[in-house]
Design a protein around this ligand. Structure first.
Ligand code: FAD
Length: 531
């Protein structure tokens, strides 16, 4: 007999939701295994701690893409959380669901039960609009779910200028990007509760931790799924340098877009030719495992500010830092309660697209390199295309589970994506030079006035653009045998094995991916059902 009913691999955005929901009835025996540590680092819980934790070695996997000839042979950093809460513990906390159209497309691709009307109840089930928020449409929002969503706590002068400037160039203001229409410019909502980060470890796992039917093991990396005659029966993992095993009736992979396909491949499910070359015993040839990788690629336009009002300036002034700290301690508000981006916009790159296909962010700071702000007063605009057409792949490089897989996003390989990148940078410049920024704009620092033609702009993107941190799609859901999971998220051809995380998205949604991943896990819990 199996020791557990459900073994969940990975305590990230999706895994913590499932651990809570599947253990809720008190009957199912649930094991949650997480490669990373407990979420004890205090910076994980203070929103501004994002800047400290994003590249902290003991909290992340430290992934990089392969050198990409289309991106000037650069290896681009791909942070992923390795801690309770996974990437929801280190992310930028922006709460976005995407467009109804994104999910209707999933349904049109043959995934019954995944259209907008089907998934909206799960977005609402997870959501707790904070009581202090401005009122939102009741039909689309909810109070009382585990995931608290708060209005942005701090309205910086540069953020106010962004919304005003957007209006001056014809982008109307919106007070809810998750309302009936996504288009417009405004403040993002955040997954925070009373000034603290609402990771899924805090929102979902913490309230369930005392349940006797839920066991959580941290610092334990699953290296293989044990499969007997096409039935998944357990997992092999490493704890304290020693191998261990757990048996379960159902194994649910929640390792994320990089690790879930890697684990399938390590367990013999993947492209037969690749696996055999590495000496991995083939269980089932599924070429699609690790394919269909999609990500948002962001490029930045940085301005020098005339007055010392940016976060770069705050970080160079102890008095200001003390004031900001005081405000946080006193009221749980101010810049310390905010994330990297407070404002943004969703717009169309051209008249031919039916819905917004570009997302913008603005930050009242600028960075010289990851984690280090510029010495001058600077502010940054970011653009990314919402629904890229470029496709990449994640492929194991070794049978050793501790060797990172090859990550090839193939950014900008599609013409549509190159056009959207150029249009996005041009539109950011239009907003940045609108009258509302006149009191602040000194000069364009990056890319600078010398970059003007389409070719020059594209070259700038290839030299400097980076991930917006939203990789998805590598265990694609679909009805066809070429897909990895079916619409109940069961791995095709293997019994007792599901994938539930961002990797199952057939196409990338128009926006940030944490709330959609939580929705996927909420829906999966219903699909799996209790005992
Ligand atoms: C820097 C950054 C900023 C972001 N900002 C935002 C934002 O503002 N808003 C937003 O909506 N989205 C944001 N995202 C994206 C969003 O957080 C992710 O899409 C989402 O968290 C993915 O959830 P997941 O469950 O698929 O994977 P994860 O949350 O990454 O969970 C996977 C978990 O599995 C564990 N794991 C993996 N392999 C194994 C194994 N073999 N054994 C045991 N455990 C394993 C990992 O350690 C991890 O805890 C951001 C991402 C990053 C990196």
């Amino acid at each position: 007999m199996s020791a557990y009913d459900f073994i969940i691999v990975g305590a990230g955005s999706a895994g913590c939701v499932l651990a809570n929901r599947l253990s809720e009835n008190g009957r199912a025996r649930v094991l949650l295994i997480e490669a990373g540590c407990k979420d004890r680092d205090p910076w994980l819980h203070i929103p501004v701690g994002y800047f400290k934790t994003i590249h902290k070695a003991n909290l992340g996997w430290g992934y990089k893409t392969d050198p990409d000839p289309r991106m000037q042979d650069r290896e681009i950093l791909w942070p992923r959380g390795r801690v309770l809460g996974g990437t929801s513990s280190i992310n930028g906390m922006i709460y976005i669901r995407g467009q109804a159209h994104d999910y209707d497309q999933w349904r049109q691709l043959g995934n019954r039960g995944w259209g907008w009307d089907d998934v909206l109840p799960y977005f609402k089930k997870s959501e707790n609009q904070a009581p202090t928020n401005k009122p939102k449409s009741d039909d689309l929002h909810h109070c009382g779910g585990p995931l608290t969503v708060s209005d942005y706590p701090d309205h910086h002068k540069l953020s106010e200028a962004f919304v005003a400037a957007a209006g001056q160039v014809g982008i109307p203001p919106t007070d809810d990007f998750n309302g009936p229409e996504q288009d417009g410019a405004g403040y993002y909502q955040m997954t925070t509760r009373k000034g603290r980060r609402a990771s899924t470890a805090q929102a979902y796992l913490k309230p369930a931790r005392r349940r006797p039917n839920l066991q959580v093991i941290t610092d334990a990396q699953v290296s293989k799924i044990r499969i007997e005659n096409t039935i998944a029966v357990g997992v092999v993992y490493q704890k304290d340098g020693r191998p261990a095993e757990a048996l379960g009736r159902e194994i649910i992979l929640c390792g994320g877009t990089i690790n879930s396909p890697q684990l399938l491949q390590l367990s013999g499910i993947g492209d037969g030719a690749v696996l055999q070359k590495l000496g991995i015993k083939l269980v089932r040839h599924v070429k699609a495992v690790g394919q269909n990788l999609q990500d948002h690629l962001q490029a930045q336009v940085v301005y020098r500010c005339k007055s010392p009002i940016t976060i770069n300036d705050d970080l160079q002034n102890y008095w200001r830092q003390a004031k900001i700290l005081g405000k946080f301690i006193y009221s749980r508000g101010g810049p310390m309660a905010g994330g990297p981006s407070s404002v943004g916009a969703f717009v169309k790159s051209n008249d031919r697209v039916a819905t917004a296909d570009l997302q913008f962010h603005m930050m009242p700071l600028s960075v010289a390199r990851p984690g280090v702000v510029d010495q001058f007063s600077g502010y940054t605009f970011c653009t990314n295309q919402s629904r890229p057409e470029s496709r990449g792949e994640i492929i194991v490089k070794s049978a050793d589970p501790f060797v990172a897989p090859s990550i090839k996003p193939n950014y900008l390989s599609a013409q549509t994506d190159r056009d959207a990148m150029i249009a996005g940078i041009r539109m950011l410049r239009t907003i940045a030079t609108a009258p509302a920024f006149d009191p602040y704009r000194q000069l364009e620092h990056r890319p600078g006035d010398q970059v003007q033609t389409d070719d020059e702009i594209l070259d700038y993107a290839r030299r400097t653009a980076a991930t917006m941190y939203h990789p998805v799609g590598t265990c694609r859901m679909g009805p066809d045998p070429e897909a990895v999971v079916d619409s109940s998220l069961r791995v095709h051809g293997i019994q007792g094995l599901r994938v539930v995380d961002a990797s199952i998205m057939p196409t990338l949604i128009s926006g940030n991916t944490n709330a959609p991943t939580i929705m996927i896990a909420e829906k999966a819990a219903d699909l799996i059902g209790g005992l």
